[in-house]
Design a protein around this ligand. Sequence first.
Ligand code: PEP
Ligand code: MG
Length: 330
Amino acid sequence: EQQRLGRLRRLPAQLLGGEAVELQANLELPAELPLVAQAGAAGIGLLRTEFLFINADIMPDEAAQAATYRAVVDAMGGDCTTIRLLDWGGEKQSEALGAAGFTAGGGDLNPALGLRGIRLLLQHPAVMETQIAAILRAALGGPVRILLPMVTTVSEFREARAVYDRVVRRLRRKGIRLPDPLPPLGAMVETPAAAIGAEALALEAQFLAIGTNDLTMYTLAVDRAASEVSRLFEPLHPAVLRLIGMTTDAALRSRRPVSVCGEIAGNPLAVPLLMGMGLRSFSMNASAVPRVKQAVRGVSLDDCRRLARRVLDEADADGVSRLVTAFAAR
Ligand code: PEP
Ligand code: MG
């Protein structure tokens, strides 16, 4: 089995009809970089930058951040690295961030609904500016995209865009060399509001990345970390799938790249369904890439589309699970 998966690494990620699919890795720690290459992932679809801040007792400065991002960009050897700005949430706290006054309401009753992600960043533009400047430096080494976490409204995206533009202007004024073209700025779609409003968001954002972990949590009102309700946490619930579908349709209509980077993207049973819905780009734990590639290579686009149409009639996640399982076993 291990050998067979190893051989897969050199084969292209494509459907039976030859249509290309992009399989990328989510990266949480630079230590996982060797795994990305081993798995045969085509770049990083989601670099979670929280690791830089989580155990730090001082705020990492621009140079330190730039060096870390640059190491990842270099390791990708020309494949794209999508770097997400700090996605800090109500329950996450750190010495460095606390000392810098960058704390999200940890005592709030509903931290997931509180000051987090882009909301928190916009309250601390200096943190955001430092991170963007560091990313721009790293982007001199290869293709990079910048991703905003937990966007719910278009106005948040516009505000973040203004911060990005300001950083670019400041660096230009100082005569600092900038990557050309500049890294595109995209939005995570991980709240129902972002998915329902994806049409408007796609006019502003240069790309969309669907985060199904939080999207499932907010859609089904199920805390992704609460064990008492873990049984109810179902990314294959038809309500979640419809929001993924709306986002995908909106992105395709606006000709914006769209990808999925939640855990569902690493599920070989779910990926044919997602391809049937129009998605062609998936970012997952590196270890999932070979199995997902195998699933992609074994199906035709027509069959995936038929599967996606049938799933529309299902009332609950169990029904969807049965269909995708039967599809894989056919
Ligand atoms: C998600 O919410 O699906 C996602 C990819 O982001 P994270 O898991 O880091 O919240
Ligand atoms: Mg998320």
